[in-house]
Design a protein around this ligand. Sequence first.
Ligand code: FA5
Length: 345
Amino acid sequence: MIEQLEQVEKQALAELEAITTVESLRTWRSTYLAKVGPIAEISRGMGKLSAEERPRVGQRINAVKQSLQGAYDALEQKLIAEQRARELEHDRVDVTLPGRPAPAGRLHPTTQTLREIERIFSNLGFTVWESPEVETDEYNFGLLNFPPDHPARDMQDTFFVKMPPGSPKVVMRTHTSPGQIHAMRKFAPEPVRVILPGKCYRMEQVTARSEMMFYQVEGLAVGENITMGDLKGTLQEFATQMYGPEATIRFRPSYFPFTEPSVEVDARCFLCSGKGCRMCKYSGWLEILGAGMVHPNVLRNGGYDPERFSGFAFGMGPERIAILKYGIDDIRWFWSGDLRFLEQF
Ligand code: FA5
């Protein structure tokens, strides 16, 4: 039995020497040190030994078990240490490397421009207000002095909202001017000074300067003795604050059913410095807004007596304003979702 034991010990130690991984070490343990295995097998034969032989063999079995357990523990410690060292080497972190900057979100250029417009007009005493994007035909056209079937309604190709038969005609607003009526009806007969930013929708031919969906900022001031001079002064001050003291704008006579007289305001094209380019249709000027003195019928529809009150109104396009400010060559970039464009702002 002792010879058998020594044989097992020798073989176990020889196998142990060849082991290089923790996994094979665990397999070795379950072969030699588990409850079933060659040593346990030998121990089971103790019952057949004489009373004198039994303690000697028992001691020898224990000694072999202890020697194998000792060898196992030593190798296990060594292998785990080696494995940890390998892992540390592999996952080594260079704490001196510069960090990667996390990509930060930004405000959309239209939002930035809207906020700038709101800041300028707030400083001029205007309150910022909002009105609905979906309007009745009456608010979008009728109350703004567009007579039914007047050709002026064709000026703006309109998206109509499908409604149940018998309902009033509903449209996606084609401009922010219906907000004038909402604001007047809210404040009349008190004087009012508001701007109304928001999205507008038109069935437009999409080009470098025109989109189907775009923003406008409506402006309205109603009070006693408000004149065209107030309108011109306000818009010139806006242009100076937006573009700097060298900003050049011009007023052109125009027509809107809801203002009389009406003007369109152009800013000198910053892209070509007035020389003429694709963006300004080779005119050197880019139209940024429509404006005028509020028509007496519209004042009346808003709840003011046109004998006593007068007012000015304007509607500007923040994308057009941003195009001029930043030298953007095409309005289609704004809603393209292209990060190469958006990340520049
Ligand atoms: C109007 O919409 C009038 N409601 C403006 C107004 C308000 C006049 C108050 C008088 C009193 P117009 O269609 O010209 O007018 O548009 C005004 C501005 O909106 C334009 O100068 C332009 O800056 C912007 N705009 C108009 N259509 C588009 C479009 N398709 N894409 C981008 N911007 C546009």
